[in-house]
Design a protein around this ligand. Structure first.
Ligand code: ZN
Ligand code: ZN
Ligand code: ZN
Length: 1015
């Protein structure tokens, strides 16, 4: 019988304190606790690792040799474990060809749909192209209304110059009597004279027919015979016509017009033949389908004038163009003389600001003078005197020059220099559609594949539904059989479809496409249910956030329909607005109801309340954590006074603005960004108050990142630090003079090898090395501080070159790091380890976590001050020498934040953070808020993109974007202090804030909101 529980005994991985945990199977279980309490150690490093290990053990020894030995997690016993699948938050794919459509398989199915039910068109004239057998052509003609007169023509000359006597002669010989020449019927017996210099068209008339009329006054038998004779003659004539017309047949219906039919997949008008419709034809990864000019990338690197113009408000001499730089000092140079010549020619002044120069002059500088010749004077100083001359010639523009040099240079450095003037523009051939012309001209329901790719998931879903419209009328029972769970969760998105409704498919097309349509519909529905309605199918996978990637993986798992699996998820609520959280939870419950165990590591209160079972780890972080504080139903945990999580759940504790402070008035001036219009931004006029904390809110896809991370930050970085990365388009920025620095505290790693660690990153390690070098024994031996660096030869273990680990290159998998046997992971050689400070060697110090180190270095002001910043951002449990590769995105972000706290504050810095609450428990969020508000108290400005209501409610100012994601978003729908946002009817953020403000507020009497921070 299947066990009811997964039983873990004696878990000791990392900081887990030899604990026993019971996880009910086929339930949704949430694992929570403060950062560093051991959640990941239990979920990923114990349960998932053991699941993987057992899986590998079960493989053949042949397969195992490629996978290597997997380390057994430190646990005594695990019973009732199912196969485990982890759905983590890492980038899905870095391949520029991967898109939302390809990673979800929706594109694969759409390609099959287009190959089966697609209607091909000639890309030149737009005419429908079909390949038809003689039989099907005959069938079509036979189905004309009764008593229709028509004639069959075979085109033998199409729009070609000449007298064509040979062709006419042969037609006569073959027994044809009539033809159409240039549209006029003629007898072939008569003399036909064609002008040699004109283009002519000759079509032979093969047969004239009338469809039988059964209603006419005939006996049944006679009517039947007539029909049979007609069909026989028709098929014969169609075959003859196609033979004579080289596969093309024209049916002239008299007043009813003409039908051109082709035996080949070819446009009879343009004489272009088309390949057979196969799924490969619609793949930009396949040579059969890709646009030949951009090889399926959809973009080409082109030179961008905006990148050449550095600052339009200054003159050429002062460096308006990046290409020339500041010219004032180079007055004697060659390019300066040439430039002066052009300026003189167009009467332009080199002292005038670029934006005020005559357009003609600016165009010549950028694009060249074309045929216009410009007089140049030369003057060169030689040792023997001056030489001068003049010439008249055309000048090349900067753009042509860069283009040529980029093509010709062999040096990577030079290529990089030139490429900074280039930006990616849609490929002019396919206009970014990535596919070759033949594939782009195939439509289903009136749309071509790339048009479907530009739609959002919600829109594609609507499109798929409307393809069915025909059948739903004709075959309602079949339509009703399609199950559509929880339709209400995506209805808000499909209501607002902006494209025109497509033509529905014919019953025949529906029949062949039915299975495919169902597969596509299912996949789209799963994605709608996890709140991804706003993503377009052609969105590059590499541009998705970790949370979006995780939810896509989640959606595809449901599509797999596996049963009896243990799913482990890491904070799936990240990046999700409160509005979309509910449908995500329903998806998790659906996964459970399919017969799986769902284990979620999560800090979100709503997720915890939806759980069947809640496990709270703690009580603290690192060595202070690793125990089960409470376990049971959410109600049980909320009632448990020992559980910190429980106290927040029950409302006894609450995240509050530090010290219950009042909101700051935005009285220190404003930074305004006018006309931002990247992606879906609707030419925004946004104003950021300075010297306060501002939250940028809005549902996923509403434009928060486009505004802050892709426009505001690079624009400020360019203005303040001369950064190169071009910002999204905007008109102007005002108020920069109030700032002297902008810092984007991202979640990217602090280093990419095990050599990087928090101690070096926050500049702590240098101070520690100095202490070791000052020890008497070190002085005697002559050890300098460098000796204690694992990057330097003298002191480190040479077996691993100071890594402490050795890299094993795996042929099929990611590189594997294993502990160095020479130094047992200590990184140093024995002599270096002999030196001790307060009884500890350098390796042991690096092994301390922040909390231990704070006590250890309490008397060393400089070190303690830096450690304090790491403590303040909630990283007590992180080890000083912990390799950067093991830190999560949220942890890396907080290490960077700690470094900022350690700097001398100028009070004029603008900090930008994107969802800093990732991975944080209520208690950690409180601590983070304390730190952020401390930065603001020093006069700085903090701008945060955030979904977490606990953070939003403590902000001084909110800018809410929306109202929806994608095209239906990109506007500022509300701004002001949080209280004013709650009054906005259209704001989802306001709606959820209202609930937060109306709930009971309990504050700790001493002003310190949370007892766990008292040291
Ligand atoms: Zn054509
Ligand atoms: Zn192209
Ligand atoms: Zn070593």
């Amino acid at each position: 019988m299947e066990p009811d529980n997964i039983i873990i005994r004696g878990a000791k991985q990392h900081n887990l304190k030899d604990i026993d945990v019971t996880i009910p199977r086929n339930k949704m279980v949430v694992l929570t606790g403060v950062s560093g309490s051991g959640k990941s150690s239990l979920a990923f490093n114990t349960l998932y690792a053991e699941g993987q290990r057992r899986y590998v053990e079960s493989l053949s020894s042949y397969a195992r040799q490629f996978l290597g030995q997997m380390e057994k997690p430190k646990v005594d016993y695990i019973g009732g474990l199912s196969p485990a699948i982890a759905i983590e938050q890492k980038a899905i794919s870095k391949n520029p060809r991967s898109t939302v459509g390809t990673v979800t398989d929706v594109m694969d199915y759409l390609r099959v749909l287009f190959a089966r039910a697609g209607v091909a068109h000639c890309y030149n004239c737009g005419r429908e192209v079909q390949s038809q057998s003689p039989q099907s052509i005959a069938d079509q003609l036979a189905s004309l209304p009764p008593a229709t007169r028509f004639q069959l023509l075979a085109p033998v000359v199409r729009e070609r110059k000449g007298t064509h006597q040979d062709i006419i002669e042969r037609a006569r010989r073959d027994g044809y009597v009539r033809a159409r020449v240039d549209g006029v019927p003629v007898d072939l017996d008569s003399k036909i004279k064609l002008a040699k210099t004109k283009k002519h068209t000759i079509e032979l008339i093969v047969d004239r027919l009338v469809t039988p009329d059964p209603s006419s006054d005939k006996r049944k038998k006679a009517a039947k015979d007539e029909r049979r004779n007609f069909l026989k003659r028709l098929v014969d004539s169609v075959e003859t016509t196609l033979r004579a017309g080289d596969g093309i047949l024209i049916a002239d219906l008299g007043d009813g017009g003409e039908q051109i039919m082709s035996e080949h997949n070819a446009c009879p008008d343009c004489n272009i033949s088309f390949p057979e419709l196969t799924p490969q034809l619609f793949s930009f990864n396949s040579p059969l389908g890709m646009c030949p000019d951009c090889h399926g990338l959809g973009t080409q690197m082109t030179i961008d004038p905006d990148l050449i113009i550095q600052d339009p408000s200054v003159s050429l001499l002062d460096g308006a163009l990046r290409w020339y730089g500041v010219l004032r000092k180079k007055k004697k140079g060659w390019s300066m003389r040439q430039l002066q010549g052009v300026a003189d020619h167009y009467g332009a002044d080199m002292e005038t600001a670029w934006q005020d120069l005559p357009k003609k002059f600016k165009d010549v500088l950028l694009y060249g003078s074309g045929d216009e010749r410009i007089r140049m004077t030369y003057e060169s100083e030689w040792d023997e005197g001056t030489w001068s001359g003049e010439s008249e010639r055309t000048v090349k523009g900067i753009i042509q020059t860069i283009e040529r040099r980029f093509r010709q240079t062999k040096s990577d450095g030079a290529k990089r220099w030139y490429s900074q003037f280039m930006s990616q523009k849609p490929c002019p051939t396919c206009e970014g559609a990535r596919l070759r012309a033949e594939a782009r001209a195939v439509t289903v329901g009136g749309s071509c594949l790339s048009e479907v790719g530009e739609l959002t998931i919600a829109e594609v879903y609507g499109w798929i539904q409307s393809l069915h419209n025909n059948s739903s009328k004709k075959n309602p029972t079949k339509e009703n059989a399609v199950k559509e769970p929880r339709a209400e969760t995506w209805s808000y998105a499909t209501d607002e479809l902006s494209y025109s409704a497509p033509d529905s498919l014919t019953p025949e097309q529906l029949e062949i496409a039915d299975e495919v349509l169902k597969e596509i519909g299912d996949r789209l529905r799963f994605m709608l249910n996890v709140g991804l309605h706003y993503l377009t199918l052609d969105r590059p996978a590499a541009s998705l956030s970790g949370g979006e990637g995780q939810r896509i993986r989640l959606a595809s798992q449901i599509g797999c329909g596996l049963v009896g699996v243990l799913y482990i998820l890491d904070e799936p609520s990240i990046g999700l607005h409160s509005r979309d959280n509910r449908s995500l939870l329903d998806t998790l419950l659906q996964l459970r109801d399919m017969g799986n165990t769902v284990l979620v590591v999560e800090h979100d209160a709503e997720t915890m309340r939806s759980a069947d079972w809640l496990i709270d780890l703690g009580p603290g972080a690192g060595i202070l954590g690793g125990e089960v504080v409470a376990a049971g139903s959410p109600e049980d945990v909320a009632a448990n006074s020992k559980s910190l999580t429980g106290q927040y759940l029950s409302g006894k504790l609450e995240v509050v603005a530090p010290n219950g402070r009042k909101r700051r008035e935005p009285s220190n001036g404003w930074l305004s960004l006018v006309g931002a219009r990247l992606h879906n931004l609707k030419t925004l006029e946004s104003r950021f108050p300075l010297g306060v904390m501002t939250c940028i809110t809005g549902v996923s896809g509403s434009g928060k990142s486009s505004l802050v991370a892709e426009t505001l930050f690079p624009a400020l970085a360019r203005a303040l630090h001369n950064a190169q990365r071009p910002p999204g388009p905007y008109d102007r920025m005002e108020g920069v003079e109030h700032l002297d620095k902008v810092i984007n505290i991202t979640q990217s790693p602090i280093g990419r090898t095990p050599r990087s660690n928090p101690a070096t990153y926050v500049k702590l390690f240098g101070h520690i090395r100095n202490i070791f070098a000052s020890m008497p024994e070190a002085k005697t031996r002559g050890y300098k501080p460098g000796r204690f660096s694992f990057n330097v030869k003298d002191g480190r273990c040479e077996g691993c070159r100071g890594h402490g680990q050795k890299k094993i290159e795996m042929h099929f998998l990611a590189d594997l790091w294993v502990m160095c046997q020479d130094c047992k992971g200590s990184r140093y050689n024995r002599e270096t380890l002999d030196i001790r400070f307060k009884g500890k060697n350098i390796s042991e110090v690096l092994g301390m976590d922040v909390r231990e180190a704070l006590d250890f270095f309490a008397n060393h002001t400089k070190i303690a001050r830096i450690l304090q910043t790491l403590h303040d951002v909630g990283l007590d449990y992180v080890k000083l020498g912990q390799s950067a590769t093991t830190l999560s995105g949220g942890e890396a972000q907080r290490v960077k934040l700690a470094k900022e706290l350690g700097r001398i504050q100028t009070g004029k810095t603008l900090y930008i953070l994107d969802e800093p609450t990732t991975g944080l428990h209520f208690a950690d969020i409180q601590r983070l808020l304390d730190v952020l508000h401390r930065l603001v108290d020093a006069g700085n400005t903090v701008v945060i993109i955030e979904h977490n209501l606990d953070v939003i409610k403590t902000a001084d100012w909110i800018i809410d974007l929306g109202p929806e994601g994608g095209d239906a978003g990109g506007e500022i729908i509300a701004q002001g202090p949080p209280e004013s946002i709650t009054k906005e009817k259209v704001s989802y953020t306001g709606k959820f804030l209202r609930k937060v403000f109306s709930s009971v507020r309990i504050q700790m009497p001493n002003g310190n909101p949370n007892p766990c921070f008292l040291r």
